[in-house]
Design a protein around this ligand. Structure first.
Ligand SMILES: [Zn+2]
Length: 495
């Protein structure tokens, strides 16, 4: 048995100021795919790990990924999919099936449901009988076309995403059994008419936790091969925006539809629990300052870098300065400030205007005075299971500034970096000499995903409702392609 392996992943935020272009993508080809992904906890690592157990040879084709940001330009999508399809065309006659990792929330400027378009083209190339098992991120906006064209769809079951590797293995198992003729996957999708706000995406807490438990329990039922819930991604204005239930059965499409509908009804029943109650920056910073148990982690929801925002928001930073907080740590994407720190040198005083430079959505630059504490190349390694599954991470040239208050006293530590970097690894801080447990307030730009990294070092996590490309309170008036009749839109914010 020989199985082709490919990956093309991007979470595209249609509210982000800039499109995503080809040079943002990290691309691996052929055997290089194995070398790049094998040491990680990514689903492609699961495809690779399963080869021995399920006894198949691998034909690694192509893998491309970029940090979440705006929709892909037409050229970017066509170039990447063109290469994926060309490599598949060359390999398909020597292969029995395809494992294909797609995010589920990729948007191209000419295809709002870009992943469905990718699978449509793959199906057109390989024909109706070639098994193609697809994996998705939990934040996918799945549509019926993709479920029709894929042999089976498997979606992560955890957020933070720490089960990616297991889902890759599960997909490989279903594909291997399909090729051997042991099973014949049939699948169905149900989409409850809800917006499942990202504030409720944590799979370890209600209301999502019991729903996910029901999905996991269903996988033990006879005739069911897989059951997935995608919470959806509210930062993409696409027709299928919103949650999805996908059930894969063994040659029983009616069972698949019945169970998908049953779980969708369970989700509909929790709709009144989906109204966010989240503090604003002034309230959250005040609460953090008054907290007797530290560190307190403040999650800046509007600048959720893993959701495609700018990474240089200053909403919480400005509030920390305004309320004269001490013992804080904040990381801000600001290549210009990094250059100023490198020009000054370690131990030297700097005056910076930090952040708020990408667009007008994420606050304005904040005046910072301090002393350059460390300068680094910004590379670090994560060996634990963390959201996204990455192992070797680059935040680009980076500097830490020991920030001084009006009286010259030390008030906090500012990390400025040169690449937009998701706060999914605590080594973003430890690698530049910051001991998180010794601080009072940690600021992380994310919603749920940073929990895997920050829960072990924080006494308390406070989510903060801030403006930005990932603002959680955007209503239906901001959307054009998404369904307009989603229940409540969950926008009645209660502070
Ligand atoms: Zn995700």
């Amino acid at each position: 048995m020989r199985i082709a392996i490919a990956s093309l992943t991007h979470e595209s935020n249609t509210f982000a100021a800039f499109p995503t272009t080809l040079d943002e993508f990290r691309v691996h080809r052929g055997e290089d795919v194995i070398a790049a992904y094998k040491p990680t906890f990514h689903e492609v690592a699961g495809y690779i790990a399963a080869a021995e157990e399920y006894d198949y040879e691998m034909a690694p084709l192509f893998a491309a990924n970029a940090t979440p940001a705006g929709a892909l330009t037409r050229d970017t999508y066509e170039t990447l999919v063109g290469e994926l399809l060309a490599s598949l065309a060359a390999a398909k006659d020597s292969c029995d099936g395809l494992l294909l990792a797609l995010h589920g929330a990729m948007v191209a400027e000419h295809f709002p449901q870009a992943d469905a378009e990718t699978v449509r083209r793959v199906r057109e190339l390989v024909g109706p009988d070639f098994p193609v098992v697809v994996t998705h991120d939990y934040h996918g906006n799945v549509n019926e076309e993709l479920v029709r064209d894929a042999t089976a769809l498997i979606i992560y079951k955890t957020n933070p995403h720490i089960d990616q590797r297991e889902r890759g293995i599960q997909a490989a198992h279903i594909l291997a059994r399909t090729i051997r003729g042991d099973v014949k996957p049939t699948q169905a999708i149900a989409k409850p008419n809800l917006l499942f706000n990202i504030a409720f995406h944590n799979t370890s807490k209600p209301p999502m936790q019991p729903l996910m438990q029901a999905a996991i329990a269903l996988e033990d039922q006879p005739g069911v091969l897989a059951c997935s819930i995608a919470a959806g991604y509210q930062y993409a204005d696409v027709p299928a925006m919103g949650p999805s239930i996908v059930v894969v059965t063994d040659n029983d499409p009616a069972l698949a539809q019945r169970e998908a509908d049953r779980l969708a009804a369970m989700m509909w029943d929790v709709r009144d629990q989906l109204i966010p109650r989240i503090l604003d920056a002034a309230e959250a910073v005040k609460m953090a300052i008054e907290s007797t148990e530290t560190p307190v982690a403040l999650f800046e929801l509007g600048d959720n870098i893993g959701g495609g925002s700018a990474g240089d928001a200053t909403i919480i930073l400005a509030e920390l300065v305004r309320q004269k907080a001490t013992g804080w740590v904040a990381a801000v994407y600001d290549p210009e400030s990094v250059q100023q720190c490198f020009a000054a040198g370690i131990g030297r005083e700097v005056d910076l205007m930090v952040g708020g430079k990408t667009d007008n959505e994420h606050g304005t630059p904040v005046a910072i005075h301090g002393r350059v504490r460390t300068l680094s190349d910004g590379s670090y390694e994560e060996t634990e299971r963390r959201h996204g599954g990455a192992r070797f991470i680059e935040q680009g040239l980076s500097a830490v500034v020991s920030v001084r208050g009006d009286e010259g006293e030390r008030v906090g530590l500012l990390l400025v970096n040169s690449l937009r970097t998701t706060p999914f690894s605590i080594h973003q801080l430890t690698s530049v000499g910051i001991v998180p447990e010794q601080q009072k307030i940690l600021v992380a730009k994310g919603a749920v995903a940073p929990r895997a990294a920050y829960e072990p070092v924080s006494k308390r996590i406070i989510e903060v409702d801030t403006p930005g490309a990932c603002a959680i309170s955007r209503g239906p008036e901001a959307f054009h392609l998404a369904r307009k009749d989603l229940y409540e839109w969950n926008t009645s914010m209660i502070h």
